[in-house]
Design a protein around this ligand. Structure first.
Ligand code: GLU
Length: 309
């Protein structure tokens, strides 16, 4: 494992309240707290509810309750602080911060409105025989100068998204779990920072939040590797000279190898606890499913954290 420079690090656990916590979140928590603990660092809890159509307050309530029942506590904020009201650690409470990041990018002439839909990308692929990649988008929207202000009228689905021109080339990072890594920037076109429904995107929120909360260790599932080079580049455009250290860990998968989803009731933590499974059984199961142990056994959270090396 390559530890990050500049210890001790600040990491974060950042679930999206689009469903119940599942075993995949436990696996992620084991890595987030495990790596932070090993390096003497701390962990923030962040509610990633940037997508107003998919997130629900009742899922956040369940998420906070599940963390309490499991005995998982962040250094900041407490679950009670989040229950008490608005928070710097809940994305939907921080609209002005993302708007100001957008203004900064706009000030550099990097933001443009885009009316490409999924169909535009599909049609381009069908005509050209390969997916759109690299700077821009199939509709050449940057040159068309569509109205950014219209795209910003959040309450109306304008059909316009906002993209940031990331530039080209690639970004490299020394992944703590996977070693030296690199990937092209804008592999699927320029990065959307606001979607057609008026939501700030995951990419914008995560980069802005990691920067403003001094997060310098990002431990997350390997399904997010493809997002990493764009996020490093966006951070640079927002003035972040040193990207966070990244650790992309294995995912809990279904027996057929596919990714678990929040809709998989069988692995919802709340349901499993209600059915009298102990937190130790669940940590043991999560550790087994990502290969940290090779035989099922109960593990306390602290035991599970020590498995991360
Ligand atoms: N909110 C994301 C998720 O629930 C995590 C994002 C990240 O760790 O960068 O999977």
């Amino acid at each position: 494992m390559t530890p990050p420079a500049g210890l001790p690090p600040t990491s974060r656990f950042a679930p999206a309240p689009t469903g119940r916590l599942h075993l995949g979140h436990l696996a992620n928590a084991i890595y987030v707290w495990g790596l932070a603990r090993r390096l003497g660092g701390r962990v923030l809890l962040r509610i990633e509810d940037h997508d107003r159509q998919r997130c629900r307050p009742e899922y956040e309530t369940a998420l906070l309750d599940d963390l309490d029942r499991l005995g998982i506590a962040a250094d900041e904020p407490s679950t009670d602080e989040l229950r008490a009201g608005t928070s710097s650690y809940r994305q939907s409470d921080n609209d002005a911060i993302y708007a100001s990041a957008l203004s900064a990018l706009r000030g550099h002439g990097l933001v443009y409105a885009c009316d490409c839909s999924r169909t535009t990308f599909d049609n381009w692929r069908a005509a050209d025989g390969r997916a759109w990649s690299g700077p821009g988008c199939p509709g050449a929207c940057r040159e068309r100068r569509l109205s950014i202000d219209r795209a910003l009228m959040a309450s109306v689905a304008s059909g316009l998204s906002l993209r940031v021109a990331l530039g080209d080339g690639e970004e490299t990072w020394d992944d703590m779990l996977r070693g030296p890594s690199f990937a092209p920037v804008a592999a699927a076109g320029d990065l959307p920072v606001r979607d057609r429904n008026g939501n700030w995107t995951y990419a914008l929120c995560v980069v802005v939040d990691d920067l403003r909360h001094d997060v310098d260790l990002v431990a997350r599932g390997e399904d997010l590797i493809d997002a990493t080079s764009d996020q490093i580049r966006l951070g640079r455009l927002l003035g972040r000279e040193t990207p966070p250290s990244f650790a992309h860990h294995p995912l809990v998968r279904r027996p057929d190898g596919s990714k678990l989803s929040k809709a998989d009731g069988a692995t919802a933590i709340g349901e499993l606890l209600n059915a009298d499974h102990s937190p130790e059984e669940l940590f043991g199961e999560a550790a087994l499913r990502i290969g940290l142990i090779d035989k099922l056994r109960p593990a306390s959270f602290e035991d599970a954290l020590r498995l991360v090396v």
